[in-house]
Design a protein around this ligand. Structure first.
Ligand SMILES: Cc1cc2nc3c(=O)[nH]c(=O)nc-3n(C[C@H](O)[C@H](O)[C@H](O)COP(=O)(O)OP(=O)(O)OC[C@H]3O[C@@H](n4cnc5c(N)ncnc54)[C@H](O)[C@@H]3O)c2cc1C
Ligand code: SF4
Length: 810
């Protein structure tokens, strides 16, 4: 049978995705010809931002190279713009004199960047941000010029501004509105974002209307002028004020357009031979500017081009993410809320976290997250599914991991997900598709999954989920690098182990020095690498490396645990779980004075004051006059004890005294993760020593030490480590083991995970079998702890530090 002719105008993301979908359904139906204005094969336009920052290259972002077109018998004309459609003759013509006949025509011409209608846009040094040509122009300008102005504080404008700043330019962002990303974020989140970008060196001129771009008399830009008469000098102007669907061709051919080429639910235009997909389209009055909806359109259009006639496109709910390394922003749905909605918000301006969830009729309809976006995909799923959130409501703000047992790395939650759950939002790939590809095609790596399903191949934020699906499907056969072989984050190629080694061997003592020496890709790092670096520096060079408090996780910065309503919980230290009438009286007085809504006894044998306002924290600490319990820290938490031989008739030793001594010995110790101890007076083990990082059990002839226990999400039973005779032995062996853990574990690795990585025998060889090494480890621990002060007492004393806790809305 003679093949029909399919001509595609636009060699971009939507057009080529439609062809890929079509080839999955039928390879025999069409001779395909593609025309593209750009001199490149199809590439991932989303990733132009990392190319601008220097994090990726053009080669990295090519989606279909020339050989792909050849393999599929597709005729590709690059650098060739279709200038006319003759609908009567079913022909297209190009600017370089080519003509092609079609039976079906697919318009996928994308968008054009909007240029402000002001004088000077034709000057040398005025650029847009749409394609590889624009990126190359910006990179070239950054190598030669100093100052840049980006007009537009939307997603593209901010990504351009960040990229140019990372290439060394002084960048100002000019924005017409009062807050950045005004279509993606509400005011509170936008203010946090502006603060973070300002810290990275970007300047902002808000509520400024550009009136003219000024020339230097020789055809190049010298500045811009605002409507209020003010001027700003610059060498480069990036125009990022929005996009307009590219309908030129359709308009000229008399195809109905209305803010886009108008299509029905099958992506057919008013001319039945002509389909349209992507940003050039207007569907039910909506034009989309993100890839996820375009890919949904591509699937439906392909189905109809393949003459299957199944499937309708009903419109899309979109979510957005800013691709500025180290700044996490996510929004989806109706996050602004309205009269008939309710909003749950969590705001911690000091910690840089803001979350807003918007609910209508018991359904989540919008989410806006800043600083902590790990649950973005989950919220997006709930919004799209539009199910009642009744039972989840209490825990909604705390994310998916707070709903039942999700296992240590989320494996269980992945296993429980239905096949229809969307994993990759950009490419619309569901769990079932990934599982099927892994099983049928025998895939072992994330790269292979990317190649076969496209999941994780666009913005990359679902890579972790894809890894978990691989593990879930093929277990140990999954070729996933363990943490010890993985780069710490996207900011650098070093593993945790390599970083520690470099810090030690090169005597690096500060975060900027480390980043400079190791040529960090992003100038300020991100929320993953900064806390880890801070810990590695502090633990390697105690007394020398300065604690960078801004690199601490939020609870450590506030020295209290943030709660779901934005208030804090305060847990004073009670050595070994023992308290006194006078401490209890002070706690009761504080609870009365600050109207503490809940006073609770914790599992760690202390008292928790819940619901304290942030601005009251220093006064509460002062009135309590007790040391911090470090209940918020990656540090020593508690030493739980039983009553022991002093009161219990089974007790063989003074477990309470031992616990108090251990707690006093270790207080102030920062560690890769939280550390909990327990001391029981006999093997009946009332203090639950078997599930602690270090558990100690008294026996008639001394003390048994167990290590690596964990009572958290997945219970781990502690392993026998050593039996010792005396009280001082317990302090030394426990301290030496903890110092080994402090020196060797990766940041955020609990003792059980550390031991499963290095092996119990390794720890025994260094602590139990090697007395000299044990003594040195213990001495190093004591030296490190000698610099630590009680953080509450310190903050009460420092009036300047107290301002940190004042209410920012005042
Ligand atoms: C810097 C940047 C960052 C982005 N980041 C994200 C993101 O994080 N997440 C997200 O979802 N989306 C993002 N987007 C948007 C996303 O890239 C677009 O939604 C998507 O590329 C649109 O696909 P399309 O095929 O409709 O248009 P395009 O990919 O623009 O393809 C259209 C192609 O058609 C060509 N063309 C036009 N007219 C003709 C003609 N007459 N003849 C021949 N060829 C023609 C154009 O040159 C172009 O190559 C970003 C866009 C940019 C520019
Ligand atoms: S662990 Fe033993 S000593 Fe301690 S309270 Fe229980 S029974 Fe008594």
């Amino acid at each position: 049978m003679k093949k029909m002719k399919l001509v595609v105008v636009g060699n971009g993301m939507a057009g080529i995705r439609t062809i890929e979908e079509l080839l999955k359904l039928d390879t025999s139906l069409y001779d395909i010809t593609v025309f593209g204005s750009e001199p490149h094969p199809n590439y991932n336009r989303i990733l132009l931002s990392p190319v601008l920052t220097g994090e990726q290259t053009l080669e990295d972002i090519i989606l279909n190279d020339r050989s792909w077109y050849e393999e599929h018998g597709i005729t590709l004309h690059m650098n060739s713009t279709v200038t006319r459609i003759n609908r009567a003759r079913k022909e297209v013509m190009t600017d370089d004199g080519k003509t092609a006949r079609y039976d079906r025509l697919l318009l996928a011409t994308g968008s054009k960047p909007f240029m402000l209608p002001v004088p000077g846009t034709d000057l040398d040094g005025v650029v847009t941000f749409r394609d590889i040509g624009d990126v190359n122009r910006m990179i070239e300008a950054a190598g030669r010029l100093k100052r840049a102005v980006v007009i537009g504080g939307g997603l593209l404008g901010l990504e351009a501004a960040n990229g140019l700043a990372m290439r060394g330019m002084q960048v100002s962002v000019v924005h017409l509105g009062a807050s950045l990303l005004d279509r993606q974020l509400d005011g509170a989140a936008a203010a946090l974002l502006q603060g973070s970008l300002h810290e990275r060196g970007l300047e902002f001129l808000m509520e400024r209307q550009t009136e003219a771009i000024l020339g230097n008399g020789q055809g190049a830009v010298r500045g811009i002028r605002f409507r209020d008469g003010g001027e700003l000098e610059t060498d480069l102007v990036v125009m990022a004020v929005g996009i307009r669907p590219n309908t030129d061709l359709a308009d000229a051919a008399g195809i109905h357009t209305d803010r886009g080429v108008v299509v029905n639910d099958t992506l057919q235009t008013y001319d039945p031979s002509i389909y349209a997909v992507g940003e050039c389209v207007s569907h039910r009055g909506m034009a989309y500017g993100l890839v996820a909806p375009l890919f949904e359109q591509a699937k439906v259009a392909a189905n109809h081009l393949a003459l299957h006639g199944i499937g309708r496109y009903g419109g899309s709910t979109t979510s957005t993410k800013l691709k500025v390394t180290g700044i996490d922003v996510f929004s989806a749905g109706e996050f602004m809320g309205g009269a008939d909605t309710e909003a749950i918000t969590l705001a911690d301006p000091v910690g840089g976290v803001y979350k807003k969830l918007v609910i209508r009729d018991d359904r989540l309809i919008g989410a806006c997250l800043y600083g902590d976006t790990v649950d973005g995909a989950w919220y997006f799923r709930l919004i799209r599914e539009a199910k009642s959130i009744g039972e989840l409501r209490e825990n909604l703000m705390f994310g998916e991991s707070s709903i039942g047992d999700t296992g240590h790395s989320g494996e269980n939650s992945i296993a429980g997900m239905p096949d229809t759950t969307e994993i990759c939002g950009c490419n619309g790939v569901c769990k079932g598709t990934i599982v099927k590809a892994i099983r049928e095609k025998g895939l072992f790596t994330v790269d292979e999954v990317k190649k076969h399903t496209k999941a994780a191949s666009s913005c990359g934020s679902c890579t972790g989920l894809v890894e978990q699906i691989l593990i879930n499907c093929i277990g140990g056969a999954a070729d996933i690098k363990p943490k010890s072989e993985k780069a710490i984050c996207a900011c650098a190629d070093y593993t945790h182990g390599e970083l520690r080694k470099a810090i030690r061997e090169q005597h690096l003592t500060s975060i900027p020095e480390t980043m400079r020496f190791l040529e960090w890709r992003s100038p300020d790092g991100c929320a993953t690498c900064r806390p880890a670096l801070n810990y590695y520096l502090m633990s390697t060079w105690p007394g020398e490396a300065r604690d960078d408090t801004q690199s601490r996780l939020i609870n450590e910065r506030a020295h209290a645990n943030i709660q779901k309503d934005g208030t804090y919980s305060v847990v004073p230290r009670m050595w070994g779980g023992v308290t006194s009438p006078s401490e209890l009286r002070r706690i009761a007085d504080v609870a009365d004075k600050y109207h503490v809504p809940m006073v609770k006894v914790t599992g760690g044998q202390r008292i928790d004051l819940l619901g304290i306002r942030k601005e009251d924290l220093p006064a509460v600490w002062k009135d309590l006059d007790m040391p911090s319990g470090h209940a918020y820290g990656k540090s020593l938490r508690t030493v739980k004890t039983c009553v022991g031989k002093e009161f219990c008739r089974f007790g063989t030793q003074d477990s309470t005294g031992m616990g108090i001594a251990l707690e006093k010995d270790l207080v102030g110790m920062w560690s890769p993760h939280k550390v909990k101890l327990a001391v029981s007076g006999c093997p009946r083990n009332c203090a639950e020593s078997g599930i602690k990082d270090i558990g100690i059990i008294a026996v008639d002839s001394g003390w048994e030490l167990y290590v690596g226990g964990n009572g958290g999400i997945k219970t781990e039973v502690a392993q026998f480590f050593v039996k010792v005779q005396t009280h001082d032995d317990v302090l030394e062996y426990a301290g030496a083991f903890l110092q080994l853990y402090r020196e060797e574990a990766f940041y955020l690795e609990r003792t059980c995970h550390y031991l499963s990585r290095v092996g119990l025998e390794h720890a025994k060889a260094r602590v139990v079998d090697d007395a000299a090494n044990r003594a040195e480890l213990y001495a190093r621990l004591r030296f490190a702890i000698s610099f630590e002060k009680d953080p509450w007492a310190e903050r009460v004393e420092q009036a300047s530090a107290r301002r940190e806790f004042e209410n920012l809305t005042a």
